[in-house]
Write a protein that binds this ligand. Structure first.
Ligand code: CP
Length: 313
């Protein structure tokens, strides 16, 4: 039976959530999306709250979606980019967070290159911490909007075949999706070059293959991941064009999937590398719907974490 209430005040990762908590949050996002679509009304459950976006790595989608989500709920939102902050003058993340709390933050949304930094901050400050991506560890709000979009398109994910194709090793999106999809009963295949898709991932419950055709055969959805050059110290394949030839999604590999299969990508996408441009713009791609769904999902995250599960309409 699904839970009736939410008890977490921070969102650090999907690994920490139960399947019931994931479904509860997704249902809340669905209700927010329906409410906005039908009558255009905006719930102001966070009026008077101050949310600080602390982004120590570049972002377009996540930062803007969290800003829109906070404003849509009536909160004040202030975004700080790492390169424009006093971190460049030697201030620590801990001191930055304590100062942000002293300035009246009611929640901190953190993106940082260090895995575990949101957990670290959650032990230092007394306000909710929302993980907006920590190194190659987790990107929970991204996985929740991905799973939301898959459920919207495919229905119940129990038994659905989902393939994640690309740079798995360095991807926080892959890890968060893997936790979430397995908890909801999906069959997850991880695929890509052997240097970027270690067999050890099988221990987490996924199927691992280095053959894209095998990975996509009969799949309901494919999630493509870009090469995370910013986290790699060395090259893991001979060249981008060779990667694209073998692992890039083209029409022939896409045709191995089910007739109604969908294509997801967390963005930013590299056209002509992990996906052919024509497929990225096709009606099988739900990439921009993922981005739009990210607003309702992040509204649900902020509302549930800051109000400790209390839904105010
Ligand atoms: N998917 C994602 O995290 O995109 P941004 O880096 O643009 O936020």
């Amino acid at each position: 039976m699904a839970i009736k209430e939410w008890s977490k005040n921070s969102l650090l990762g999907i690994e920490d959530l139960s399947s019931d908590e994931i479904l509860f949050l997704l249902d809340e996002a669905q209700s927010i999306k329906a409410q906005k679509t039908i009558d255009g009304s905006i719930t102001e459950s966070l009026r008077g709250k101050r949310i600080i976006n602390l982004f120590m790595e570049p972002s377009t989608r996540t930062r803007v979606a969290f800003e829109i989500a906070a404003k849509s709920l009536g909160a004040d939102v202030i975004s700080i980019a790492g390169e424009a902050s006093s971190l460049t003058k030697g201030e620590t993340l801990k001191d930055t967070a304590m100062n942000v709390q002293a300035l009246g933050a009611d929640a901190i949304v953190l993106r940082h290159s260090s895995p575990g930094s949101p957990l670290f901050l959650s032990k230092i400050v007394n306000v909710p911490i929302i993980n907006a991506g920590d190194g190659a560890h987790e990107h929970p709000s991204q996985a929740l909007l991905d799973i939301y979009t898959m459920r919207e398109k495919l229905g119940n994910l129990n038994g659905k075949k989902i393939t994640i194709l690309g740079d798995i090793l360095f991807s926080r999106v892959a890890r968060s999706n893997l936790w979430g999809l397995l908890k909801l009963g999906a069959e997850v295949t991880l695929a890509g070059p052997s240097t970027l898709v270690p067999k050890e991932f099988e221990k987490l419950g996924a199927r691992v293959t280095h053959d894209p055709n095998e990975a996509l055969q009969g799949a309901d959805a494919v999630m493509l991941l870009r090469i995370q050059h910013e986290r790699q110290q060395a090259s893991h394949f001979p060249s981008l064009s060779e990667y694209a030839n073998v692992f890039g999604l083209g029409r022939s590999t896409f045709n191995q999937m089910k007739n109604n299969a969908i294509i997801l990508h967390p963005g930013p996408l590299n056209r002509g590398v992990e996906i052919e441009s024509e497929l990225a713009d096709s009606n099988r791609a739900v990439i921009l719907e993922q981005v739009s769904n990210g607003i309702a999902v992040r509204m649900a995250i902020l509302q549930l974490c800051i109000n400790c599960g209390e839904i105010r309409r």
